[in-house]
Design a protein around this ligand. Sequence first.
Ligand code: SF4
Length: 372
Amino acid sequence: MVRHVYIHVPFCARRCAYCDFSIAVRRVVPVDEYVGALTREMDLRFPNAAAWKVDTLYFGGGTPSRLGGAGVAKMLEQLRQRIALTPDAEVTLETNPEDVDAESVARWRDAGINRLSLGSQSFDDRVLSWMHRSHDTSAIERAVEVVRTAGIDNISLDLIFALPEGVERSWEHDVTRALALEPSHLSLYGLTIEPHTPMGRWKGRGELNESPDDRYESEFLHAHDALTSAGFDHYEVSNFGRDGKRSRHNSAYWTGVPYAGLGPSAHEFDGGTRRWNVGPYAEWVARLSRQTDPIESSEALTESNRIAESVYLGLRTRDGLRVTDAEKERIARWIDAGWATYVEPDRIVLTPLGWLRLDALAADLTLVRSHY
Ligand code: SF4
């Protein structure tokens, strides 16, 4: 039974300089074409979806808010004809500040959106312009006010840290400005420069370098200290929630439960196999107009994949990972180094210092676990 659904809405006004997501840049968003293809995908791939009781529904992108007030309402109306949402379902819309106005937010709220994830990234207009974001700081503040006035108070802000050497930015100032808006949730991502992005090309021309490790570390640790002091729970390596406001949708990914994914490039997992759709928007639409499955490929998890994944997922959250006696000798070194603590006799949680080494520690434990 599917309880978690991800819908990818690929439209963006333009490409941000760091972005390598599957997007479709459109000045005018083809709302009817998109919603038509989405409902065809639902009917083609999930004819028995009426039996689902969906606990989390997440519209990600791209920029789902580009569908506008009426577009989001139409999409939800079509989905509700095919799936049932639980009475307290978490329904999240990723939103860019420039798409937020009182009329659109009212439509989103009335359609059932009860959580907004607002792409903020920085509170420094020079940095926003350098990233090719299509909003400024005042638009973020205005958006939060409009959303809250409309009665949606579950608001998450995204910020990017660890900018390249030479890019001036006060991370402390950005964290303070974000806190002043009193969001219920924050997601913080260290910038990675992917090759096929504008920033990747700037790097290729020698115009910028990745953030030095010490900048990454000091900004990550500053965020941990500032946000936990302000009452946030640092419940996953990149995520902070206040008053129990964890992202229930993302938490489902981290516990390895099944979820369905629809839309171009969307991924899904049925508990044993991952599948993902074709990425380009036009190809996804074309396949569905021919009533052809838009799945591009799939991968069944092997036993070694399963071990690696369960270790990685466990270590990235504050719920932690159950460890065996055979692993405790290795873990003792992590405890001595301040990278992990025991929260139960057989369960460890990484500390912020440990999260800075998440990949290496997960690989280390996976190796141990794969040999017995
Ligand atoms: S708005 Fe988001 S998805 Fe769109 S280009 Fe920018 S980072 Fe990528």
